[in-house]
Design a protein around this ligand. Structure first.
Ligand code: S3P
Length: 175
């Protein structure tokens, strides 16, 4: 599998804040590359038999992070695929080290206003439920961007078409 002439020989892992489009863009990128796609939140939900919101509510965030770390370690098994992660995954030291060592991390980034508008459309995310999403996302960006910035590829995902973002990722991968 190649992007341009560059071989893709590791899993591609999308990281970044909630609402940036990791799953939607990940699925399209996987399609473009002819690779399988997996979403770590979906895998956690399947393993737990519970939704992310219920996991947070019933067992707390630490429990969720522990499951997230184990699921991502299982997904990074050497086979080449596109993996969308939950927004907090790459902030966990162990998960980040594993991704940086064995995968190709891509930071998908967008303006806070764009993210806030997107997360407001659904109420499935425990960290922004019943809050001012713009405020919470700004606080998360202030804490987390230093970690996301460790990804070797940084791509902006604006209000434009998702396929444009996929084009930019393909270009970055081909460098
Ligand atoms: C989280 C992001 C969510 C999900 C959970 C926690 C976070 O995933 O993993 O609600 O800490 O940013 P998305 O980034 O796919 O919304």
């Amino acid at each position: 599998m190649t992007a341009g002439k560059t071989p893709i020989d590791k899993p591609i892992v999308l990281v970044g804040l909630m609402g940036v489009g990791k799953s939607t863009i990940g699925r399209r990128l996987a399609n473009r590359l002819g690779l399988p796609f997996v979403d770590s939140d979906d895998e956690i939900e399947a393993a737990a038999g519970m939704q992310v919101g219920e996991l947070f509510e019933n067992y707390g965030e630490d429990y969720f992070r522990d499951g997230e770390r184990r699921v991502i370690a299982r997904l990074i098994d050497g086979s080449v695929k596109v993996i969308a992660t939950g927004g907090g995954a790459f902030v966990n030291d162990e998960t980040r080290s594993l991704i940086l060592k064995d995968a190709m991390a891509i930071w998908l980034d967008a303006d806070i206003d764009v993210l806030a508008e997107r997360v407001s459309r659904r109420d499935t995310r425990p960290l922004v439920r019943d809050t001012d999403p713009k405020m919470v996302l700004s606080e998360l960006a202030a804490k987390r961007n230093q970690y996301y910035a460790q990804a070797p590829i940084h791509v902006q995902s604006g209000e434009g078409a998702h396929e444009d973002t996929v084009d930019r990722i393909m270009e970055a991968l081909a460098q």
